[in-house]
Design a protein. Structure first.
Length: 156
């Protein structure tokens, strides 16, 4: 086997637009750039026509941050910003995707669809009621992913 056979070819990173997740994007961008890999930046969102109870519950819990998870337009803005951060960190081949669904399901779907060999997530899970409502992306993604997972320390 050649040394390049150990390099990652497709790296997927998830972002919700938070500073913590953008730190994970920067780390994924640097890694993808160093490996010559394609970086796929994904952001999950709930459809605006989703079940009213589901949206209401998410909006009650997330309050001012709810804009980040409802509708595709905020998600598209989020991945555009993240792509700039990844490029600044060294990524040269970047694709972005806004995916309807819960964060973990959306990320795992992108990993499967892209044939990714690395998934990057930040370590900042959701604490307390937010975590119980929406789940912990780092823990769930690590447990369920079929490819390598890099959990980046993104909190101060």
């Amino acid at each position: 086997m050649t040394e390049t056979s150990y390099a990652y070819r497709t790296v997927v990173v998830g972002t919700d637009g938070s500073e913590s997740s953008l730190r994970a994007v920067a780390r994924a961008g640097a890694l993808a750039g160093a490996c010559g890999a394609t970086l796929v930046i994904a952001c999950a969102y709930l459809p605006t026509e989703a079940d009213d109870r589901e949206l209401s519950r998410a909006q009650d819990v997330l309050r001012d941050e709810a804009y980040q998870i409802v509708g595709s337009h905020p998600a598209e803005d989020t991945v555009r910003t993240a792509a700039e951060r990844a490029g600044s960190a060294g990524a040269t081949k970047v694709r972005t995707v806004a995916v309807q669904g819960s964060p973990v399901e959306a990320l795992l779907d992108v990993v499967r669809r892209e044939g990714a060999d690395l998934l990057v997530v930040g370590n900042r899970g959701l604490a307390g009621i937010k975590g119980r409502l929406l789940g912990s992306v780092p823990a769930d993604a690590t447990r369920r992913s079929q490819c390598d997972v890099l959990v980046v320390h993104t909190t101060d």
